[in-house]
Design a protein around this ligand. Sequence first.
Ligand code: XMP
Length: 501
Amino acid sequence: MRKVVIYDFGSQYTQLIARRFRELGYYSEILPYNAPLPPDAGAVVLSGGPSSVYAPDAPLPREEVLSSGVPVLGICYGLQVITHLLGGKVAPSERREYGPAELRVLFEDHLFKGLPKSFRVWMSHGDRVEVLPPGFRPLAETEGSPYAAIFHPERGTFGVQFHPEVAHTEYGTDILWNFARFAGLEREWTPRNVVEYLKREIRERVGKDRVLLALSGGVDSTVLGYLLEEAVPGQTVFVFVDTGLLRWGERERVERLFPKVVVIDAKDRFLNALRGVTHPEEKRKVIGRLFVEVFEEFARSLEPRPRFLAQGTLYPDVIESVSVVGPSATIKTHHNVGGLPEDLGFDLLEPFRYLFKDEVRAIGRVMGLPEEVITRHPFPGPGLAVRIIGEITEERLERVRLADRIVEEEVRAAGVYEKVWQAFAVLVPVRTVGVQGDYRTEGEVIAVRIVESLDGMTADWSRVPYDLLARISERITGEVPGINRVVYDITSKPPGTIEWE
Ligand code: XMP
């Protein structure tokens, strides 16, 4: 399968470019800006980036990328790279063009085939093309950029000053599709094909060996478990560590989905180790260490010993480590309790290392997993421990678990669950006075957090209907012992984080 190779020059939108092509059915991969051109590259995209091409340390691609004959599309900084390297001139604009601009199409072929003569595009740049390189011609212009889109017919090289990958650009996806069609790529990246491709890959790699998979109840490890059973039936040992810090019904859910799962009941161990621990980072450390200990003990007890350890690592984590080589701006470090030590002596099997989360969901769907599993909200590795502010006791765990269940039930009943990134309850150790059944009460507070987000990196609190909040509040104060007040968290991220700890 020939792929779209995206060279990353540090744009905040690089991942979006990869997603857009995959949504269109073309396999795409992100490489650092200075990586060699892979032999199966069918099209190349040069991303945007914060640099200036005429700066002394400006990141530039290898020579072969522009000379190989593979069609190239430069976006923003990528356009300026093409201009600079092929003999044109880039200079600072008189004013920075940022935000929407009206694009006028001068030449209706190629990138703009089938599109209106003018439409809105999204700009974000300080430099612009002043002189075109030899052989290039303009395809479109805006008020501030006479060369908003350019093309070299013999080379098959395109450049656009605006960002076709962002939703604010009208017809942006059509432009990327036109480029992929120009490059003659096939739309082969469909969920069904991906399933077949991954199964083949797993079979070839695993052979007759055994695999160990730790299930978390989350989407990624569940879909991976199903995939392993389809690819190499009966060869996987499934294990689930019950830390006692899980959502309501999680263990039973996992047992229903994987009847053969080995459940390790480590509730007491976790609770004992967490006694008296109140600092968030300390909680995370204790839980992380204990999880690895419990897992190691189990892994050593297995006879014969599985050769592979399967993990649901996703593409954004891989890009994060790849892009360190490139100039990409730092992405938030992921703290994953499921991240098991690599010195256990297993070979790592990470079939999802090139997939985005929505792709994992899509393949889960074509494999027939229940919708309830596929749309399940993310849950932090350290579990309810980071949703209990202060000390973790059995009683407080029960409270937050029950409140969380009520939030989930009501959010589902209101048809909001699938529309939000996460909806959950946080237990706040503040004593407040209330009146319940004619008696004065003193109880703790539950904070309800419902957020919308695309990837968890940034988020906004969800403007859910007041009626939904009212039902959640009534049920929590009525059904959860020790709680007499419910508040709604109206903080976005940044400045807040999604979780409270
Ligand atoms: P924050 O709280 O950092 O969370 O805004 C962003 C997203 O990550 C989840 N999260 C975690 N996931 N291990 C995980 O696997 C963790 O330790 C962890 N901490 C936070 C959080 O639920 C949100 O979706």
